[in-house]
Each structure stands twice: as structure tokens, then as C-alpha cells.
Design a protein around this ligand. Structure first.
Ligand SMILES: Cc1cc2nc3c(=O)[nH]c(=O)nc-3n(C[C@H](O)[C@H](O)[C@H](O)COP(=O)(O)OP(=O)(O)OC[C@H]3O[C@@H](n4cnc5c(N)ncnc54)[C@H](O)[C@@H]3O)c2cc1C
Length: 480
């Protein structure tokens, strides 16, 4: 905390997504004079177009999918037709209402976050910002829309945190029109569930939306340039997901590269590199993101960028210029909201001389919100097989789990990785409904270097899905 005679540290944050938001709050908490510049809304893409709306849509998709699946458990939905006979109703999704709800939730969350910043004493400037050297931001506010001052064209700071995020990558031969050819930021204007959604790209974003629209009732074609969906993720988990997709009627076109997408007026035509054409009603482009780092004065201020345009940072989020830090999707770390937040806080703690734990990417837990979900933490099987870590691998299918049987869950597994010799848990994968919730015990084991024996000794509830985690750990016991 600064004494009354010391000048307060000044922190300027560019971008108000999770990275910038957490950086600003951390600075205010440590007594700095903090200014945050944001051009569209506090919460950033995470809250307004990416995490919050997509996960809210997925919550509806899960509810719709759940209704269909309960018939297996003996639940019957019917009403009486005019003849008095039982009629099975269709599950119908009112997409306009769903989108209305998720946009409302997003706006509300953005407002809540803005209020938190104001309450913490952060000055918010609405406008397009850029760096002017290593310790100054210039903002075009379009008439001074800051919360406290009106003359905020220039913000001098001791430390600048750049957290400008990323935007959907678009291809010159597949230009989004917001009507039928869409990026994920344009999906929420749809009034009706698309008849036939073609999803280009089978990475995390493509797989999540393909899974969601399938459950919402669309016919879905997923175009994947690789031989399996979710390239780079756990291969067993990707296989389970692809099997579920196909079983539920999704067409998965593997090793297929979309070359051109055209709006035909009443639909879309996707032309593949091998000459085939695929037609549908809508096309979602999920072909990655580009960092919003061009033209904002980074290189001129002495900040090194990777060839992809991402800002190079170290484990305390510092760039090549000591007064400038970078957090989130604009940096060359993992593009996750949780990582952005951690980097934002770490950057400010480091800049202000507070205690810092450098970000350990190895311990990051992440989840793919498909049906089933896929949660991972720590080292991957591929890294172990490539010899980057010495580990034993154990996989336990959920089909052997009593609770899974009761709940009608057929797909999925728990997989643990433990250091050869010591049995220390170094990673794991859970493929299951709500895997995002189930993975935490493995994340704790990885973070605190617990052994499989220590993990196995914890009581899990009987019957429970998490029982498969302790069972897998028990199976990995090293006989002395
Ligand atoms: C569809 C989708 C779903 C996702 N789901 C998840 C999930 O479930 N969990 C998860 O952890 N991650 C998820 N992610 C990733 C997550 O959205 C990002 O990692 C997160 O948004 C990164 O936060 P950020 O602070 O770096 O940037 P952003 O959230 O992108 O915020 C950056 C902000 O900077 C502002 N800005 C940019 N340039 C300027 C400028 N020059 N002047 C002023 N303001 C500027 C932008 O307006 C924006 O508000 C998802 C991503 C996508 C695409």
C-alpha cells in the first residue's frame, strides 16, 4: 500500500475481457491508480460473444438432449390426441427465446463486472486504444465517454497491461455475411433452429457448436480437415465423441478441407478441396482466431510478437518491454478465459512487487463442452508416449461404473497418468457428462503432487461417477 507521500503506481489496461478485468481489479486492490480502456463492453469477448453465450446455449442443448435420452430410463412424454390415444410430442426449441435469454445473461454479466470495477475505483474509458510508446495509451473516445473524466485521450502509466483478446479468423473465400455464413459471434441473431448447419472446423469451438446444434434439433455436418475430430486433444476422447456424433446422426466429413463457402440465397454451398460440394441451410466458420494485436503500436513500443501476431510473454506475463505485460488470447499462452484471468492478476502482482506464482501451464485444467464433455489436466498421453514425461497410463471405461449404468451413461472414461516409479499423478482425462465438474480431484492431485495411493485413499461416494477416479487410482497402486 502506498504511503500518502508516495505517488501511487499508475496502471493502464487495454481491453476489458477476463485478462484485463482481473488485472484492473488486482491493481485496485493493491492500491494503484488503474485505468481500463475497453471499446465494446466489460467482460470482453468472453462474456459478450464467446464463453457466456456459448455455454448458455449449450445448457439449453443439454436440456433438450436430456429429454430425448430419458426415454431410455423409462420416462414417457405424451399427450392425448383428439381420439384419446397417447401422442408423443416433439421436443421443440424456441431459438429466438433461447438467444434472447443468453444475450440478456451476457449483458447482465457485463454490467455486473463493470459495476465491480467502478466499485473498486477503476476508471473505465470507453474507446479504441493503442500504445504510444512503452508507458502511454492513446484512446479515441469519440467524445469522452469515460466514467470519471472526459479528456482521456492520453493515459500515462508506470505499467501497461495489454489484454486485447482475439477475433474469429475469416477466410477470403468464405466471407461471413451474418445471415447464412456465420462466425460464432453472429450465431445469436438466429430466430429459428437451422435446418442444416454445416460446421467448418472440428477444433474445440467447432465441436462444441456441432454438438449443441445437433441436440437442438438441427441436421449437422461437421467438416474436419484431419482424420479425427478435436485434433491435438486426447485421441481416445476424440474417438468417443466422434462415435457419439455419428450415432446421433451427425455427418462427420474427415480429411475434408472447405475451400469456398457461398450463400445461395436459400442456403449455403460449401465446396471442398477434393471437388465435392456440401449443401445446407447455414454454415458456421470455426477455423480459429487471430489476436487483435495489429496496428495498436506494440512493435513500435518495443514489444516482440510471434509470427502469428501473438505477444510473446514469460510466465509472469511480461513482454520483451519491461513496462508492458500482456494477458489472455493476445499472448502466446493458452487461449482460455481462466488462463487470461490468471495472467492478468499475475502481471499486476509482478509489476507491483507483490508475491507471484508464475503461471504453470502444465497444471491448467480445461474442458470441451460437448455431449459428453471432455476435461483434461496436466501431461497428455501423447506427450508421455513421445517421451516428454515418464508416466504410466490407466484408462477405466465408465461402462463399468455402477452410477453410470443407473443413469444410462454408456460413453466415456476416466484416464489417469502417474509418474513411473513414484506414482505421482501428473495428468488425467475425464470424458463424461459434466466432466468439467468431475475433473477437479485430478486437478488437485496434479497441483499438489499427490500420488495415486493418496488419491485412492480419499472416500468417493458409492455409487458415483467420481468413484471411477478413485478406482483408477487404486488400480495404479505400485506394489512395493
Ligand atoms: C465460442 C468460444 C467459447 C469459449 N469457451 C470457453 C470456455 O468455456 N472456457 C474458457 O476458459 N475459455 C473459453 N473460450 C476462450 C475465451 O473466450 C478466451 O480465452 C477469453 O475470452 C480470453 O480473454 P481475454 O481477456 O484475453 O480477451 P477477450 O475476452 O477477447 O477480451 C478482449 C477485450 O479487449 C477489447 N479490445 C480489443 N482491442 C481493443 C482496443 N484496441 N481498444 C480497446 N479495447 C480493445 C475487446 O473489445 C474485448 O472486449 C471460448 C472461446 C470461444 C471462441
Amino acid at each position: 500500500m502506498a504511503s500518502p507521500f508516495e505517488r501511487k503506481q499508475r496502471i493502464a489496461v487495454l481491453g476489458g475481457g477476463p485478462g484485463g478485468y482481473e488485472a484492473a481489479l488486482a491493481g485496485a486492490q493493491l492500491g494503484a491508480d488503474v485505468t481500463l480502456v475497453e471499446r465494446s463492453g466489460v467482460g470482453g469477448s468472453a462474456v459478450l460473444t464467446d464463453v457466456v453465450p456459448s455455454k448458455t446455449l449449450i445448457a439449453t442443448a443439454e436440456a433438450a438432449g436430456g429429454i430425448r435420452e430419458t426415454t431410455e430410463l423409462g420416462v414417457r412424454f405424451y399427450s392425448r390426441g383428439e381420439s384419446g390415444r397417447a401422442v408423443r410430442p416433439d421436443v421443440a426449441v424456441n431459438l429466438a427465446a433461447v438467444n434472447d435469454r443468453l444475450l440478456r445473461l451476457s449483458r447482465q454479466q457485463s454490467e455486473d463486472m463493470k459495476s465491480n470495477l467502478i466499485r473498486a475505483g477503476v476508471q473505465i474509458v470507453t474507446g479504441e486504444g493503442r500504445l504510444d510508446g512503452p508507458q502511454r495509451l492513446v484512446v479515441s473516445t469519440g467524445g469522452g465517454r469515460s466514467t470519471k473524466r472526459t479528456d482521456f485521450d492520453e493515459i500515462d502509466a508506470d505499467t501497461v497491461v495489454v489484454a486485447v483478446g482475439a477475433s474469429p479468423r475469416v477466410l477470403p473465400s468464405a466471407v461471413p455475411d451474418g445471415e447464412r455464413i456465420l462466425t460464432w459471434t453472429q450465431l445469436y441473431n438466429l430466430q429459428d433452429v437451422p435446418d442444416h448447419m454445416i460446421v467448418v472446423g472440428s477444433g474445440v469451438t467447432g465441436a462444441e457448436f456441432a454438438s449443441a446444434y445437433l441436440a437442438l434439433g438441427s441436421q449437422v455436418t461437421l467438416i474436419s480437415s484431419r482424420d479425427q475430430v478435436l485434433p491435438g486433444e486426447d485421441a481416445d476422447a476424440a474417438r468417443v465423441l466422434e462415435d457419439v456424433f455419428r450415432r446421433n446422426g451427425m455427418e462427420v466429413l474427415s480429411k475434408s478441407r472447405a475451400e469456398q463457402v457461398t450463400n445461395t440465397g436459400d442456403g449455403v454451398l460449401v465446396h471442398l478441396a477434393d471437388g465435392r460440394d456440401v449443401t445446407g441451410s447455414h454454415c458456421l466458420l470455426a477455423v480459429g482466431s487471430v489476436p487483435n494485436t495489429a496496428g495498436i503500436g506494440l512493435e513500435e513500443a518495443g514489444v516482440q510478437l510471434a509470427p502469428t501476431g501473438h505477444i510473446r510473454v514469460n510466465r509472469v506475463a511480461r513482454t520483451s518491454m519491461p513496462s508492458i505485460y500482456a494477458a489472455g488470447d493476445c499472448s502466446d499462452f493458452l487461449p482460455l478465459a481462466s488462463v487470461a484471468s490468471m495472467q492478468g492478476r499475475t502481471a499486476v502482482y509482478h509489476a507491483m512487487g507483490d508475491a507471484v506464482n508464475p503461471t504453470e501451464l502444465r497444471n491448467v485444467t480445461s474442458n470441451i463442452f460437448t455431449q459428453p464433455e471432455i476435461a483434461t489436466v496436466g501431461w497428455s498421453q501423447r506427450q508421455i508416449e513421445e517421451g516428454l514425461a515418464q508416466g504410466d497410463i490407466y484408462k477405466l471405461p465408465l461402462s463399468s461404473n455402477p452410477r453410470a449404468k443407473m443413469m444410462g451413461i454408456r460413453d466415456g472414461f476416466v484416464k489417469l497418468f502417474a509418474r513411473t516409479g513414484s506414482g505421482t499423478v501428473i495428468g488425467g482425462v475425464v470424458t463424461a457428462p459434466m466432466a468439467s465438474e468431475l475433473v477437479l480431484p485430478i486437478a488437485l492431485a496434479v497441483e499438489h503432487r499427490l500420488t495415486v495411493d493418496q488419491l485412492a485413499r480419499a472416500f468417493s461416494v458409492y455409487p458415483s461417477l467420481s468413484g471411477s477416479i478413485t478406482d483408477a487410482a487404486r488400480a495404479m497402486h505400485i506394489v512395493a
